[in-house]
Design a binder for this molecule. Structure first.
Ligand code: FCB
Length: 443
């Protein structure tokens, strides 16, 4: 009997996103996305790289699905590229784009795997940004609902798990405030808050469109990346203090979803920078969900009994992209989300780490640091499950080394190594370790 065990029926999956792995940036009628545009700007991406080819998954999908099955995964979380489906963001649908995702979904089902479909993992059709102001404008939220309906109409009879958005905070903050992600804008606070409101609204309208188009058994959720902290001590005062910090830090994105309102204090503090909201918006945003997915890599802080936040990173080793290794974060985040929002079924929809993995002379990739990272983090998931937190599955980020946004291919998150010259795939030691974990449902 393994010491660390997972509940019966626990869904073990791997994850990736369209722009990061597909390549084929202009194939079969696909329109450009904001990422296709952003990567062409001098200095935007390390070494001037692009995702034009990425892992060439668009052409190698069958081989990649075989690999996932060989590694024992029961589910694959992928995203649909909106501009493949609607090249101009609105209006005409490109059937060839939907054909690709249909091949992918059928391929998963043939291999006995569960498809988990995300509709937006950051690759907005460029026409919506250039012609309509992107997420600054309400029309983009309405366009999203239309797009969601088209995908659901084609794949709804075969995909049981749907996600509207991946990590809205990153779309808004990195895309429209910091500018290190597409569309690379640096907007004032008021515009950023409006962008966030439109993303939330798009989620709500998307949920409505999905419910209308999907069979009743389909499950609709959202994937977010909560700001995370862990308590300094396991005593009740400190846990309460950490939970309060967690709640306050995540309220702007999660209160509208689960409470139908923006947090009052933060709203008041914004003064003239509050977003414009139309009647009914908050009700739309708070549409009931079937699950919440959490993407978590690291904890930002350790919280003392007095609620003070301490930078975690100064005590702990960091991965290749500087995120601290904080294994207990999954336990605390799952527990806090459950206690604060009662959010129903939870999934860890992304977790993993970047290391500069190198292939040995014998062709093996011995990523022992990743293996150890996964071991530590997964213990937290098992602990949460054992204490009754409804965590239903775990998705490793990522199945393949891929195009890690502004870092290009320099940050390797895969459990499968990709040689970006030959595009050869080689499972790393961590993949083999995970295969054993999945087979035993524990370790
Ligand atoms: C997450 C993203 C994913 C990947 C990982 C490392 O924020 O959702 O696309 O970049 O980080």
């Amino acid at each position: 009997m393994p010491a660390t065990r997972f509940p019966d029926g626990f869904l073990w999956g791997c994850a990736a996103s369209s722009y990061q792995i597909e390549g084929a940036h202009d194939a079969d009628g696909k329109g450009p996305s904001i990422w296709d545009d952003f990567v062409s700007r001098p200095g935007a991406i390390r070494d001037g790289q692009t995702g034009n080819v990425a892992c060439d998954h668009y052409h190698r999908w069958a081989q990649d699905l075989d690999l996932m099955r060989e590694l024992g995964f029961r589910a694959y979380r992928f995203s649909v590229s909106w501009p493949r489906v609607q090249p101009a963001g609105t209006g005409a649908v490109n059937p060839a784009g939907l054909d690709f995702y249909e091949r992918l979904v059928d391929g998963l089902l043939e291999r006995g795997m569960t498809p988990v479909c995300t509709l937006y993992h950051w690759d907005l059709p460029l026409a919506l940004e250039q012609g309509h102001g992107g997420w600054r404008r309400r029309v983009t939220a309405e366009a999203f609902a239309d797009y969601a309906g088209h995908v659901a109409a084609r794949l709804g009879d075969r995909v049981a798990l749907w996600t509207t958005f991946n990590e809205m905070p990153v779309s808004a903050i990195n895309g429209y405030k910091i500018g290190d992600h597409a569309p690379g804008a640096q907007e004032p606070e008021r515009v950023v808050r409006q962008v966030i409101h439109h993303l939330l609204l798009a989620h709500g309208l998307g949920v409505r469109a999905l419910r209308a188009a999907l069979p009743s058994g389909a499950r609709v959720g959202l994937v977010t990346n909560p700001w995370c902290c862990v308590p300094f001590f396991d005593d009740e005062d400190c846990v309460d203090a950490a939970r309060a910090v967690f709640e306050r830090r995540n309220a702007w994105f999660l209160d509208p979803i689960y409470r139908g309102s923006y947090p009052a204090e933060e709203w008041a503090a914004l003064g003239p920078d509050v977003p414009t909201i139309e009647p009914g918006d908050l009700k739309t945003i708070a549409a009931p969900l079937d699950y919440l997915g959490l993407n978590i890599y690291s904890s930002a802080a350790v919280v003392g009994g007095d609620g003070s936040e301490h930078d975690y990173e100064r005590w702990f080793p960091r991965t290749d992209n500087d995120w601290a290794v904080t294994p207990e974060v999954l336990y605390w985040a799952l527990r806090f989300v459950h206690e604060i929002y009662g959010a129903g079924d939870l999934y860890i929809t992304e977790n993993g780490c970047a290391y500069p993995d190198q292939m040995g002379p014998d062709g093996a990739v011995r990523d022992y640091a990743r293996l150890e990272y996964l071991r530590g983090y997964l213990r937290g998931v098992a602990r949460a499950a054992a204490e009754g937190v409804p965590v239903r599955g775990y998705f490793a980020w990522s199945i393949l080394d891929n195009f890690e946004w502004a870092h290009g291919t320099s940050k390797r998150f895969g459990i499968v190594h990709v040689n970006f010259e030959t595009l050869a795939r080689t499972p790393k030691a961590s993949a083999r370790w995970l295969r054993n974990v999945i087979a035993a449902n524990g370790f």
